[in-house]
Every structure is written in structure tokens, then in C-alpha cells.
Design a protein around this ligand. Sequence first.
Ligand code: SF4
Ligand code: SF4
Length: 512
Amino acid sequence: MTDTPLFAAREPVFPRKVQGTFRRLKWIVMILTLGIYYLTPWIRWDRGPNLPDQAVLVDLAGRRFYFFWIEIWPHEFYFVAGLLIMAGLGLFLFTSALGRVWCGYTCPQTVWTDLFIATERWIEGDRNARVRLWKAKWDARKIRLRLTKYLVWALIGMATGGAWVFYFADAPALARDLVAGQAQPVAYITIAVLTFTTVLMGGIAREQVCIYMCPWPRIQGAMMDEGTLTVGYRDWRGEPRGKKHENAEGDCIDCMACVNVCPMGIDIREGQQLACITCALCIDACDDVMDKIGKPRGLIDYLALSDAPPADDTTQRAAVVPLGVTNKADSVSVPVGGAPAPAPNAGPAPIITTAARDWQPQPVWKHILRPRTIVYTVLWGAIGLALLFALFIRPEIDMTVAAVRNPQFVTLSDGSIRNAYDIRLRNKHGEARDFHVSLTSDATLRIGLEGRDDLTVPVPPDSTLLQRVYVTARPDDAAATEERTDLRFWVEDLISGERTYGDSQFFGKEPE
Ligand code: SF4
Ligand code: SF4
């Protein structure tokens, strides 16, 4: 049994501003992802008359999903299922190659938290100023700064909720209605709920969501292995840590820059932690420090467990190459076989061994191109190709048949046996089409349409139509006394000549 509590009260985190390669990459990803999210509903796409001109639209009333030139009907939900499977496999692929790269760069929680921290820094100042403000007594300045911050956060949250509702209706028309106060109540309620939850999750709860609410960190642990690249600290190079005057031998000068920039408030030098979202900001912070003290970059870096220097029977010193960086390293300390890092300033200077000095980490491509990642890529590509193939061969007309089995058949006054069927006809064209309905069977059967003199059904553009169909066997036809007779309904578009079919069965009256 351990006395470790399951929940610790939140210690506020005040991440310091940092600059560098990964910070720039995160800005680019943030602009791209938020830009796509906020702007997509405003893109127009001409589908012709009678159809919405919004490029991406979830039309709940029309039971349709529009994505540029693709139109998904409810019975084609397998496309959405396929895309979800591809998204899952994509996550497996990226996680096995690059660890929690989704969490660090593209997860909405990370992106919005990053945005909220940036606006907080803009309004309240960098880390030290924010710490001072947090400790300060409430006065006019503190109230003004806090109110300004929450107002800006609320506007961001409102834009987030607003963008969401625009995916479900014509965006310009809905925007006008929202401003005029004439939109549906559900639109206002959705925006209010999303404004509140965005501010709560991204602005206030922040890292608590990742640590306590999100199941993904636990799942990802199972997808990573010793070959996975993730953000880590080269303890064999950094330890024993300490300031120069403390006679430390490792490259880490214990400046805490990596801890101060961490949005999760953790110390990566303590090893891999569930809270680490691998945002890589600590890499930028430490690289900056290494530049200033004239040491090679990469003390904190993307690295894999399998990249530990060779085990030896003594503590060693080795030349370590940061992944993808030219080796300019001085000698550094290496704990044996991945053993815990020595305590800061512990022990005498370690010994250099030839094996450790010659040791080089695997190149990055070897971590990415592994049997496991290749299998994921092949599966991902195969599903993608299958979906594309299904998309291009799907017909513009479609039908489903449902036999009416209550009752199974009726006996007409002349002794004929009649079965009824409901046929749902789908016209995916932008104009009305006449569909001709017929049937084929080994037995002799007659077909008729309820409410129509002939076998032609006009179906309006881009819609479905339910048609009751009757099939009859005369008393002397074999099907009248057969328990079941197979039959196939055909539907033909009289303009394009496209055909499709659906199978069913005819139930006869067994002889007594
Ligand atoms: S930023 Fe680098 S040098 Fe500074 S404490 Fe972190 S690991 Fe050590
Ligand atoms: S330890 Fe580094 S990579 Fe992990 S969350 Fe903190 S700053 Fe990001």
C-alpha cells in the first residue's frame, strides 16, 4: 500500500515565454488548425440549384453530410466509419513513431490552452509578472487585468462555439439571424455551452484535463515501445547537474528553464511522465541555454529508450549526438544500463570507455521506418484506397427493399396471392428523374405500383421517395403455392439508363 493521494490540489502553472524551432512549429500548427476550424464553414461550393452552396455542411434536417464535391447519405455511413478507422490508425502510426505528438501539437485541448496562455501572457505579462499578480492582493489593477483576460477568453470561446454551429446551417444566413436575434434557440444555447466549456477546459482547467480527464495518455502508453521517439532528458550527459561553482560535471546547469516553460508544470529530468504531452517546449528552452553556455544542443531532445548508450560495468563518459544534430559534444556522463540518474553533484568524475565514446544513437528514420509503423501505414493506405474506390463507383441512384410481412400475403377475391413491398428510391442527381420499377424471377409474377397506372415513379432532385409495390401470383402460377420464391426488383433511371436492384422473396399460400 502507498500513501500517495489519488488527487492533488492544483498548483497553478505559469509557463514562461520561449522561442525556438518547436515553438515556431506549434505556432504554425495553431494557426493552421484554428484557421481551418474557424474559416471552413464560410467556404462556398456550387452544387447547382436546389442544393446548399456551403462546402462543408452537416444538414441534419436533410439527413445529409456535404464535404466539397462529396455528399454522404445516411445509408452511406460506412464512409464516416471508414474515416474514423483511418483516424484511429493514423493515431496508432504517429504514436508508435513519434509518441504523443498528437497531444503536443494538434489536440484541440492543447491548441486552445496554448492560445489562452498566449493571451494571458499578452494581458498579464510573462511568468514572473503573472506569479506576482497571482500573489498580489486584489486591487483595481488586478481586477482590471483579470476582467480583460476573461473577456478576451470569452470572445475566443464564443468564436469557437460560433464556428461549431456554422457547420450545421448556412453560415452567412445563420450569422445574420444570430446578430438579429432571430436564430433558433438551440444555436444560442450551443454557442453558450461551447463558450463556457472552452474557457473552462482551455483557460482554467488546462493541464488538469490532460492529467485527470483524458483517457488518451493511458492508452498511448500501450502503443509506445522502446523504439518510439519521445521528448526525454539525456541524463547520462546532464548529470550530475549543478551550477559551475558547485563543481558539477554534467551539462545540466540546473537553471530550471525547462521546468519554467513547461505548460504541464513538470520536470522532464525526472524521466518520462504521464503528464508530459511532448510539446517539446523544454527542448527549445534547454537548447537556448546550451547555446549560451557553449555546449551542444540536445540535452533535452526527441529520443528513444533504445537509444541509451551501451551498458558497462562502470559509470561512463561518452560523446552523445542529439538526434539529427552533428556531434560537437564534449564528454558526458552515462549511467549504466539506463539506471536512475545520480543525484545532483553526486560522486567523482566518471571514466571514459571506448565503447561509450564510440556510441551513436540510431538515425531518426530508423525510429520512424520500423515494421510496426510500416504495417500501420499499409493498413491506413489500404482503407483509404478502398474508401476512394467505393466513392467513385457508388451509383447516383439507389434503392432498398423492405418486404411488408404483416400479413405475409393476402388472398384476393379471384384466388390470386399478393405480397406487398416498400421500396425506397434515392435520386442523388440535382434534378428530378423518372425511375422505372420492374422485377425478375424464375416464377411468373406480376408487379404494380400503389397509386400509379404504370411502373414509372418521378423522384424529386436529391431526395428519397418511398413507394409501395404489389407483386401478385395468379392461382395457377407456381409461386402462388410455393412457400418462398426468390425475386429481384430493378430500378432504372430513364434518362441516364443507370440501373440498380434489390433482392427479396415472395411468400405463397402452401396447399392445404
Ligand atoms: S534547461 Fe537544460 S540546463 Fe537548464 S535545468 Fe533544464 S536540462 Fe538543465
Ligand atoms: S516536459 Fe517538456 S515536452 Fe513534456 S509537457 Fe513539459 S515542456 Fe512539454
